[in-house]
Design a protein around this ligand. Structure first.
Ligand SMILES: NC(=O)C1=CN([C@@H]2O[C@H](COP(=O)(O)OP(=O)(O)OC[C@H]3O[C@@H](n4cnc5c(N)ncnc54)[C@H](OP(=O)(O)O)[C@@H]3O)[C@@H](O)[C@H]2O)C=CC1
Ligand SMILES: O=C1CO[C@H](CO)[C@@H](O)[C@@H]1O
Length: 347
């Protein structure tokens, strides 16, 4: 069977990891790469001599021998490039945050439906053996009724990004859309038996006096219709990368952790422990986990969805919910009050 032909737009810190993941995936072929600057285009030519490289992403969009486009550019460019790709009738893998507004997310979902193509969003934690095992145990009833989730990350500061986009509020949107977006997605996934999130109350602080809008410390409480709630908390003022998840229910509890020198390490430490009354067990996680590994699984997911019609695990609808939760959280930080999800989803 012939390979699915991928075009990659963006070849920065994370785009290079995408290129590597596509190249490793059976049934996928990296045929074209676009970046902005000549120097990044030159890097791409050296690393992937068999791919065509361009500084005009429109050339990839305009080709009719490309099946899937993978977009890994600064977040403020997601909507413009994604709508061009979907309009051209190609499948799309779009990095998180899907877009910087709910309206733009809706428009991409509409376009994907209209053109009958796949739209997957880079919420790769859903493909993790560790975070996925937590979900499996919740769905299998280990906790009884889930009542509470904590998703917490302590890490070193964000990378600046090409041309400084990640430290420019107009181009990044806000910092909740950068990394806490993954944790909102996880919490919504874990507590899905409680219905959708109803409201979010959040606080944040900055350690940068000249940039109060870039908030290094962030915490939120999200309330679900079924009565459960989740706490999302992150600091960028730590060292290394340490993530914790705790979920409790009417019968049991789960505690999972992942640590590495950085988010992209290939040598992480991770664990899952499960409690039921006084009995505590270590749950083995056979498959190594971390964002670089899940990225490879994400490429495989696309190949299988495009070829065999298997369902996507990271959909446009989920991408939209994740953006909406982050926008609600930022509005709550700014106003000092809880924000109803219905206000954000309808505005
Ligand atoms: N799911 C996840 O876990 C992660 C998701 N992300 C997301 O991925 C995206 C990219 O992040 P990251 O790689 O860290 O950012 P970088 O700044 O490192 O890279 C951005 C890349 O986009 C390229 N680019 C900019 N404008 C254009 C354009 N008009 N056409 C083609 N290429 C362009 C840049 O080119 P040049 O180099 O020439 O400037 C650069 O190669 C962001 O949306 C981020 O939120 C990031 C990390 C992890
Ligand atoms: O998961 C992630 C790792 O950190 C990056 C920032 O440096 C984020 O963009 C990203 O979502």
């Amino acid at each position: 069977m012939s390979s699915l032909r991928f075009g990659l737009i963006g070849f920065g810190a994370w785009g290079k990891c995408h290129a590597n993941a596509i190249a490793k995936t059976e049934g996928a072929e990296l045929v074209a790469i676009a970046a902005r600057s000549e120097s990044t285009c030159a890097d791409a030519r050296t690393a992937y001599p068999e791919a065509s490289v361009t500084s005009n992403f429109g050339e990839i969009v305009g080709r009719d021998d490309i099946d899937v486009v993978d977009i890994v550019v600064p977040s403020y460019l997601h909507f413009e490039i994604a709508s061009a790709v979907l309009s051209s009738g190609k499948h799309l893998l779009l990095e998180k945050p899907m877009c910087l507004s709910v309206e733009h997310c809706d428009e991409l979902i509409r376009l994907a439906k209209q053109r009958g193509v796949l739209l997957a969003i880079g919420h790769e934690l859903r493909l993790s053996s560790l975070w996925g095992q937590v979900k499996t145990m919740i769905d299998d009833g280990f906790l009884g009724d889930p009542r509470y989730a904590l998703v917490e990350l302590s890490r070193k500061p964000y990378r600046v990004g090409a041309d400084g986009w990640r430290y420019d509020i107009d181009r990044v949107g806000n910092w909740i859309l950068e990394e806490p977006i993954h944790f909102f997605d996880l919490a919504r996934w874990y507590l899905s038996s409680n219905g959708e999130p109803q409201s979010i109350f959040a606080s944040a602080s900055s350690k940068q006096p000249d940039h109060p809008e870039l908030q290094d410390n962030f915490s939120a409480i999200m309330q679900f219709s079924g009565g459960a709630y989740a706490v999302i908390s992150q600091t960028l003022s730590m060292f290394e990368h340490h993530q914790t998840v705790k979920v409790t229910g009417t019968k049991g509890s789960l505690w999972a952790g992942w640590s590495g020198a950085m988010d992209r390490t290939r040598r992480p430490d991770f664990f899952l422990r499960a409690g039921s009354g006084d009995e505590v067990q270590d749950i083995p996680i056979e498959k190594i986990t971390g964002e670089v590994f899940e990225l490879e699984d994400q490429m495989e997911m696309l190949v299988q969805a495009a070829r065999d019609g298997r369902p996507l695990q990271t959909t446009g609808e989920d991408g939209k919910w994740s953006v909406a939760m982050c926008l609600a959280a930022q509005r709550s930080v700014d106003r000092g009050q809880p924000v109803a999800m219905s206000d954000v989803l309808s505005s």
